[in-house]
Design a protein around this ligand. Structure first.
Ligand code: ZN
Length: 264
């Protein structure tokens, strides 16, 4: 915890009492058109399935107008998701602006926005079986866009030694395998993720980032509608349900499935 070095001014209480203002007037965005997505979603047909093994990542492509679902299939597992415009890797998921526009955690009706200068919806969340969770007594929510992704550099910085199945490394290897780019070039396209199923928040006293065991269970899924042709990569995080640790082979990990569905 930081200790203040400066004495509070006489009007500290008044300064602190300024009312919070929501930064972005998101109510000016086109509203989530539930009827449209539900009508496309009805009678949709499974077109592909990708198994993401534990502590590995896989890529998958989703055509504009198709849905994809990340599904828990064997046990509680967090997945780190990257998204790119399939035709231009420089347009990719912008977790910071998505967080600023929507919230620290995303769910049905929220959009995953792309980087500047594009700032377009890459995908819209159309179903979330964990939307009942909301925010718990610790302030934690599900499907985090506040974390980044576990990576070997932070691991080394904090004295954890080398670990080669961090989500950052997994995503780099998967993108390299898909595109043929050498690791060093593929790595520059890997970006801050949507942490699917991850349960996180900031502590009430010090506002430090914390995680707790994901409430995801077998059969749960989060579903997205591709607003443009997408290339995606998903890593089954080495933290498993991220209830205790990550960036190691200690946590129990499970595979995830990605299903791509074609609507009517
Ligand atoms: Zn991870």
């Amino acid at each position: 915890m930081r200790t203040a070095q400066s004495e509070p001014p006489a009007d500290a209480a008044a300064r602190r009492a300024a009312p919070p203002v929501i930064v972005y007037t998101v109510d000016r965005l086109p509203p989530y058109d539930r009827a449209f997505y539900e009508s496309v979603r009805r009678d949709c047909v499974l077109v592909s399935e990708t198994i993401v093994p534990p502590r590995e990542a896989r890529t998958f492509e989703v055509a504009a107008g198709h849905f994809f679902r990340i599904v828990s299939i064997e046990g509680p597992q967090v997945g780190d998701l990257n998204l790119w415009n399939a035709h231009d890797l420089s347009e990719r998921f912008f977790s910071g602006k998505t967080r600023a526009l929507h919230a620290t955690h995303v769910s049905t009706g929220d959009r995953l926005w792309s980087t500047l200068p594009h700032l377009r919806p890459l995908a819209t969340i159309t179903h979330d079986t964990l939307d009942w969770y909301g925010f718990d007594a610790d302030g934690a929510g599900i499907h985090d866009v506040i974390g980044t992704r576990c990576d070997p550099y932070t691991q080394r910085l904090l004295g954890g030694g080398d670990y080669h199945h961090c989500c950052h490394s997994n995503l780099t290897r998967a993108l390299s395998a898909h595109t043929g780019l050498p690791f060093g070039q593929a790595e520059t396209h890997v970006h801050d993720v949507l942490n699917a199923f991850m349960c996180t928040g900031f502590t009430a006293d010090t506002h430090q980032y914390f995680m707790k065991a994901s409430p995801v269970r077998v059969g749960d899924f989060i579903e997205f509608f591709a607003e443009m042709d997408l290339l995606c990569a998903l890593s089954a995080c080495p933290g498993g349900d991220c209830g205790a640790t990550h960036s190691s082979d200690v946590a129990r990990c499970w595979p995830l499935t990605v299903e791509v569905w074609r609507g009517r």
